[in-house]
Ligand binder design. Structure first.
Ligand code: FE
Ligand code: FE
Ligand code: ZN
Length: 304
């Protein structure tokens, strides 16, 4: 069955969001996620309003709803630590206005790492930074991502995200993005997804769930590692992930693949989307991806 499913795609200098939409269509996705620049730095180019308009026209033509499209904030901004506070806040404010300028409403953000000050103070820092960044009348919802709990990461327990949401001035502007790899690595079983959802509903409230990142995990349950694997090729497995993608309670929530490229070169998304839509595991994923891209060297949306 057709689900609201897509992947991480690129956002190039030349084509900006128009290129992201084209790449999505090449993968057969019905939604997508991108960074507005490199994820590991805060250098950002000015947005071209003409390309944004063309992107929206193409989306309308292909029935991609802009409310389902996701932007991911760069992961180097760390709101949990007071170091670089002013820079982080001004960058987040700019990023929110960039998302508005792109005509989108979902911005995924890692809560951050407390780097020694402790979880409580870390959460306090996040709340303060969010309060200094979020405007009462903004349309953008900040979606705090569940984390694997690597190092001093905040957000590997639902209670931590709840504490942030409860304490911000505009809780209606803050939601949650769950990441299956991170949850598995944090010690939430994806095998018993119904009981996870019940817990999520009890602690945070299901209405706060805005985005689902669908990834397998290279590491065992509760390993606190955060290394993504291709769908069905990791420790979570195809069956559990397929059930999550088609879960009736997640209907209408965008699901985004962030799985690794094959041989670091070839995007797996076209084939992973197909195996989830057809509900049949593809045991030849690697071979299919490699031979597809070897044979299609000149396809427009693939410039590796
Ligand atoms: Fe993320
Ligand atoms: Fe993620
Ligand atoms: Zn991750």
């Amino acid at each position: 069955m057709k689900e609201l499913l897509g992947s991480h795609v690129s956002f190039s200098k030349e084509k900006q969001m128009l290129g992201s939409v084209m790449e999505t269509l090449a993968y057969g996705g019905s939604t997508f996620m991108f960074y507005t620049g490199a994820p590991q730095n805060t250098k950002r180019i000015p947005l071209d309003s003409n390309l944004t308009l063309q992107a929206h026209n193409l989306m309308a033509q292909e029935h991609i709803n802009s409310k389902d499209v996701v932007v991911h904030a760069p992961y180097i901004i760390n709101l949990a630590n007071a170091k670089n506070k002013d820079f982080n806040i001004s960058f987040l404010k700019e990023e929110i206005s960039r998302v508005e300028e792109l005509g989108l409403t979902k911005l995924v953000l890692h809560p951050g790492s407390h780097v020694g000050v402790g979880i409580e103070e870390g959460i306090q820092n996040i709340v303060e930074a969010l309060n200094a960044s979020i405007l009462e009348d903004q349309k953008v919802i900040i979606c705090l991502e569940t984390m694997a709990g690597k190092g001093t990461e905040i957000g590997s327990h639902l209670e931590e995200l709840k504490a942030i949401i409860e304490n911000v001035s505009y809780p209606e502007k803050v939601g949650v993005c769950i990441d299956t790899c991170h949850l598995h690595d944090a010690g939430y079983s994806m095998e018993n997804f119904d009981s996870f959802l019940a817990e999520f509903d009890r602690v945070i409230g299901l209405e706060k769930l805005q985005v689902v990142h669908v990834n397998d995990s290279k590491n065992p349950f509760s390993s606190h590692k955060d290394r993504h694997a291709n769908i069905g090729y990791g420790e979570i497995g195809y069956e559990a992930l397929n059930r999550i993608v088609h879960h009736p309670k997640l209907k209408g929530i965008p699901k985004i693949l962030e799985t690794p490229y094959i041989d670091k070169l070839y995007p797996p998304y076209r084939f992973e989307i197909a195996m989830l839509e057809e509900e049949t595991f593809n045991e030849n994923l690697e071979m299919n991806v490699v031979s597809y891209y070897k044979d299609h060297k000149n396809i427009e949306y693939f410039d590796k």
